[in-house]
Design a binder for this molecule. Structure first.
Ligand code: 5AD
Ligand code: SF4
Length: 489
């Protein structure tokens, strides 16, 4: 049910419900009524299709968009060709993400030609950049609605503007103190959920465009987070992933002191939640208290995603990462001491400006020393507006590619070996999807496992014995309690 009153607009200063939302509510009800009329006239509801690019933050934003559209009478369709509304939720982190969106917009142009009633909306990080908005408006002038990462809640009003006022609509807010609570959400999965804890980023790593598009870091109030997770648990959710660009700095701008470690202890108390994950951790803010919390909270998964980005102190400095390789290795050592079977995964950038052969060999060394369970590896991509884009000594493409391949040659055997260590062991696995009788789920370590079983098990945690492994997944079979001693992830 669409409840505008529950869209509390709140900020650190806790302003009360802002009146423009009340003013809007009549229009949104009108829009909803129109959609009901559409159903009566056409015998079907209006449909939407969202194309989501990029990270989990965007995935979760798309869940909010789905929630809003559902509340005004739309239903989702898997087939974009049949949709009345197509939404692009875009990503800007690397050039290829951007190119994908432009390519797909070209395709949708054809759809719009065939069906002039089709509405096309573009949102997400790309739309936070003026020059990209202008490019979309010029090159893809059929786009009806443009909104940004801070104006998702305005979507129904923007649709109203197009449908009723017949006006193309753009709504962007560059940076905001405001956090919108209690927006309707349509979760993709019942058993696992993404939960925002911070928005924005203050770190300004020199390669990264995120702080420019998602604005300054803001933490949600702990009570709002806890309340959301309690409701999720009541609804049958077993696993939550706490989301932020840098979850470790959670609480920095709250009125009263509340740290990320404290938040973990609080979420750990919530009945019904069985697994807690979080993304992303910044090594500079990973405190001893947090390591202790990871150890002590039984629901926090034995997995830490800790982006290292590079292994050379010189490169790390120019990336403005604010830690050294020694500090990073020390953290990993402490983590492994506290939680001996913890899985560590990472992000690595190859070919940052000025990266020498020697710098690169230190990245390789880092991978060998930490023995990552898995890693996302990226070719450095120039992002306009960032400091690194202006640095001299950009690494030539051939060199980047050659180093990238060498990195994978070292990384993959390590990942495979880590998986091989799991053979014969039993792990609790949260079953996520099913195709015929083939189930797929994840261990606490975040390793993907395929095994046979009934699709009724989706959303359940079952014990699976690993029988065979590859680099990117494992195979196993379900074990009952008592068959084999149960290892905790
Ligand atoms: N080029 C390549 N990789 C990047 N990342 C962020 N910005 C860039 C860039 N300009 C990577 C980092 C980050 C991950 C989400 O994306 O590794 O941790
Ligand atoms: Fe980008 Fe660094 Fe912020 Fe992550 S911490 S979003 S890499 S600036």
């Amino acid at each position: 049910i669409f409840n505008l009153e529950s869209w509390r607009k709140m900020s650190r200063i806790k302003t009360d419900i802002v009146t423009d939302i009340r003013l809007d509510s009549d229009k949104i009800i009108e829009l909803k009524n129109n959609n009901e009329q559409f159903l009566i006239a056409k015998g079907r509801r209006k449909t939407y299709h969202i194309l989501t690019y990029g990270c989990q933050m965007n995935e979760h934003d798309s869940e909010k968009i789905s929630g809003m559209l559902t509340s005004i009478g739309y239903v989702e369709t898997e087939d974009e060709k049949k949709a009345d509304l197509v939404i692009f939720n875009t990503c800007l982190i690397r050039e290829n993400a951007e190119l994908k969106v432009f390519g797909k917009l070209g395709e949708v142009k054809g759809l719009k030609r065939k069906n002039p009633n089709l509405l096309v909306a573009v949102c997400g990080c790309m739309m936070q950049r003026e020059e990209i908005r202008e490019k979309v408006q010029k090159k893809f002038s059929f786009v009806d609605i443009i909104f940004g990462t801070n104006t998702i809640h305005e979507l129904p009003m923007l649709i109203y503007n197009v449908e009723i006022n017949k006006r193309k609509s753009v709504d962007i807010v560059d940076n905001t103190e405001l956090i919108y609570e209690d927006m309707p959400k349509m979760r993709k999965f019942k058993h696992k959920a993404l939960v925002n804890i911070t928005y924005g980023c203050n770190n300004f790593c020199t390669y990264c465009v995120v702080p420019y598009v998602r604005g300054r870091e803001k933490s949600r109030d702990p009570e709002d987070i806890i309340q959301e997770i309690k409701l999720l648990a009541e609804d049958g959710c077993k696993e939550v992933t706490l989301l932020g660009q840098n979850v470790n700095s959670y609480g920095n701008n709250l009125e009263s002191e509340f740290t990320f470690a404290q938040l973990l202890y609080a979420v750990n108390e919530i009945e019904g939640i069985e697994r807690i994950r979080f993304m992303t951790s910044h090594p500079k803010d990973l405190t001893e208290d947090l390591i202790k919390a990871i150890k002590e909270c039984d629901k926090v998964c034995n997995h830490l995603h800790l982006p290292v980005q590079a292994g050379s102190n010189d490169v790390l400095k120019r990336m403005n990462r604010k830690y050294t390789k020694e500090h990073y290795l020390n953290l990993v050592e402490k983590l492994k001491e506290a939680v001996p079977d913890i899985a560590v995964t990472t992000d690595i950038i190859v070919g940052f400006p000025g990266e020498t052969e020697e710098d690169f060999s230190e990245t390789i060394e880092m991978v060998e020393k930490v023995e990552y369970d898995s890693a996302f590896t990226f070719l450095y991509s120039v992002r306009e507006g960032t400091k690194a884009a202006l640095m001299e000594d950009q690494v030539p493409d051939e060199v980047k590619h050659e180093r990238f391949n060498r990195l994978l040659d070292v990384l993959y055997p390590i990942v495979l070996k880590k998986n091989q260590d799991c053979i014969g062991k039993v792990f609790p696995v949260l079953v996520e999807t099913a195709e015929d009788d083939e189930l797929t789920g994840r261990t606490e370590h975040f390793k993907l496992v395929h095994f046979k079983g009934s699709k009724d098990l989706i959303g359940e945690i079952v014990n699976v014995k690993v029988t065979d492994v590859k680099t990117f997944h494992m195979k196993g079979e379900i074990k009952k309690y008592g068959d084999t001693p149960l290892l905790k992830g």
